[in-house]
Design a protein around this ligand. Structure first.
Ligand SMILES: *Cc1c(COP(=O)(O)O)cnc(C)c1O
Length: 423
C-alpha cells in the first residue's frame, strides 16, 4: 500500500473526497438526517447499511407486477419471480470470490448456518468437536451449542474456544494451530467469523481452511462482517461452506435475505445429508410434485422455500451498485478511508480510548473498534447526541465503520473532531 501523507484538517479530508473515484455513489444513498435537517455522520453500516435510492424503484416494480399480474407474475413479471434469485447470483458471487454455482441467496444467516451444519457437521463418536472463536457472535454460539446438543454432545467438552491470550484482545493463528495439534483428530468442524464483529479482526481464511482440512475437519465461515467488506475469495480459499447476511455492508434492508456458499467439491454429492424443500429440487420436475427429491447441483440444491421477492428486489438493487462500483475499487477506498480514520484516532488515543482492531490493513475491513478504557458508555451516548451514529458493544467498545460506498473522508474527520471535543 502506498502511504499518503495524512493531515488532520477539514481541507485535507475534503480534498480526499474530491479525489475519490467512488465519490458519486454517496448521492445514491439516503443519508439519515438529525432533527435540524443536517446529515448524520453515519458510521454504522456494519450493523445496518443505508438504503440505496434505487431500492424503492426495484421493490415498486415487483409490487406493480404483482398487482397487475397476480400469480402469472411467476413467469410473466418483468423479472419473473420463479427464477428471481438467479438474477442475484452472478453479482453476489463476484463480491465473495465464488463461482455462481457455489452461491445462493436464501433464508437468513442463522437459518443458513443450521442448514449448513446439517450437511457439514456430521459427528462420530471419535470426531465430534466444534471450534469457534471465543468472541463469536452470540447467535453463532447458540446455533453451534444447539447442534452439539441435538447430536447428544455436551458443549462443555465438545465446544472449543479459540481465545485471545491473557490480557489481549485478538486471536493468534498459532494458538489455533496448537489446538488442532492436540485435539485435531476429534474436531469435526471449524466455524470462524471471517471478520470478528467485536474486534474487527479479519482472520487468515486460507490458512484456517488448510489447517482444518489437514486435520480432517470441515471448515465454515460466517461472513456477516466479511461480505461486502473484505474479499474472502471463497472458491480459492476453499472452505466447505460460508453464510452471510445482506443487511450490513450489503445494504439490502433490515432482516433481508442472507447468502450461502457451498464449495464446488460438494456440488454433485447427493449422498450428503441435508434438510430439503421443493425449491432445492430439479427445476425441470419441481412442479410435477410426485418425484423423489432430486437436488439441483450446487448451492441452489439447499434452498427450501420459494423466496421473498420483495427482499430479493432490495438485494438486487444493492448488488447493481456494487457491480457498477466494482468490489476491488470499493476495497481500495475502504483501505484508504480506514487508514485515515486510524491516523486521526491515533492522535487522540491515550488514557481514555484505544483502538483494538489490528493495525495491519490486511487483517481488518473498514471497521475500527475503540475500547473505552473506563467502560464509560456515557461517551458513546454523547457521541450519538452529537450526530455520530456508531454502536456500543458491551463491555467497553465503540465500533465505527466508514462504509466506502457512501461514507466520506469528511464524515471520518467530523467523527473524530466530535469525539475529541468530548474527551
Ligand atoms: C449480524 C450477525 C448475525 C445475525 O444473524 P441473523 O440470522 O441474520 O439475524 C449472525 N452472526 C454474525 C457474526 C453477525 O454479525
Amino acid at each position: 500500500m502506498q502511504t499518503t501523507q495524512h493531515k488532520n484538517t477539514l481541507e485535507f479530508a475534503k480534498e480526499q473526497d474530491q479525489n475519490d473515484p467512488l465519490r458519486r455513489f454517496r448521492n445514491q444513498f439516503h443519508i439519515p438526517k438529525d432533527k435540524s435537517g443536517e446529515e448524520q455522520v453515519y458510521l454504522c453500516g456494519n450493523s445496518l447499511g443505508l438504503q440505496p435510492k434505487l431500492t424503492q424503484e426495484y421493490i415498486q416494480q415487483e409490487l406493480e407486477d404483482w398487482s397487475n399480474l397476480g400469480v402469472e407474475g411467476h413467469t410473466e413479471a418483468k423479472n419473473p419471480w420463479m427464477p428471481y434469485h438467479e438474477f442475484l447470483t452472478e453479482k453476489m458471487a463476484k463480491i465473495v470470490g465464488a463461482k455462481p454455482s457455489e452461491v445462493v441467496m436464501m433464508n437468513t444467516l442463522s437459518v443458513n448456518l443450521h442448514l449448513m451444519m446439517v450437511s457439514f457437521y456430521q459427528p462420530t463418536s471419535e470426531r465430534f468437536k466444534i471450534i469457534i472463536e471465543s468472541d463469536a457472535f452470540p447467535s453463532d454460539k447458540y446455533a453451534v451449542e444447539s447442534q452439539l446438543k441435538f447430536h447428544g454432545h455436551d458443549p462443555k467438552d465438545s465446544l472449543i474456544l479459540w481465545e485471545p491470550r491473557k490480557g489481549e484482545e485478538l486471536c493468534h493463528f498459532e494458538d489455533l494451530e496448537k489446538i488442532m495439534e492436540t485435539e485435531g483428530d476429534q474436531v469435526a468442524l471449524l466455524l470462524i467469523g471471517s471478520t470478528n464483529y467485536y474486534t474487527g479482526q479479519s482472520f487468515p481464511l486460507k490458512k484456517i481452511t488448510e489447517l482444518g482440512h489437514r486435520h480432517g475437519a470441515k471448515v465454515g465461515f460466517d461472513l456477516a462482517h466479511g461480505a461486502g467488506n473484505i474479499q474472502p475469495n471463497l472458491h480459492e480459499t476453499g472452505p466447505d461452506f460460508a453464510v452471510w447476511c445482506s443487511y450490513k455492508y450489503l445494504n439490502s434492508g433490515p432482516g433481508s435475505v442472507g447468502g450461502c456458499f457451498v464449495h464446488e467439491r460438494h456440488a454433485n454429492n447427493k449422498e450428503l445429508k441435508r434438510f430439503t424443500g421443493w425449491w432445492g429440487h430439479n427445476k425441470q420436475t419441481r412442479f410435477n410434485m410426485r418425484h423423489e427429491f432430486d437436488p439441483i447441483p450446487g448451492a441452489e440444491g439447499w434452498q427450501l422455500s420459494n423466496p421473498p421477492i420483495l427482499s430479493l428486489a432490495a438485494i438486487r438493487a444493492s448488488l447493481a451498485i456494487f457491480d457498477e462500483a466494482g468490489f476491488e475499487n470499493i476495497r481500495t477506498k475502504s483501505l484508504k478511508i480506514t487508514n485515515y480514520l486510524e491516523y486521526l484516532l491515533k492522535e487522540i488515543e491515550g488514557d481514555q480510548i484505544e483502538i483494538i482492531t489490528p493495525k495491519n490493513p490486511e487483517e481488518r475491513g473498514c471497521q475500527l473498534s475503540i475500547k473505552v478504557k473506563n467502560a464509560n458508555k456515557d461517551l458513546f451516548d454523547k457521541l450519538m447526541a452529537a450526530g455520530v451514529i456508531s454502536d456500543w458493544r458491551e463491555p467497553n467498545v465503540i465500533r465505527v465503520a466508514p462504509a466506502p460506498l457512501y461514507n466520506s473522508f469528511e464524515d471520518v474527520y467530523k467523527m473524530v473532531e466530535r469525539l475529541k471535543a468530548l474527551l
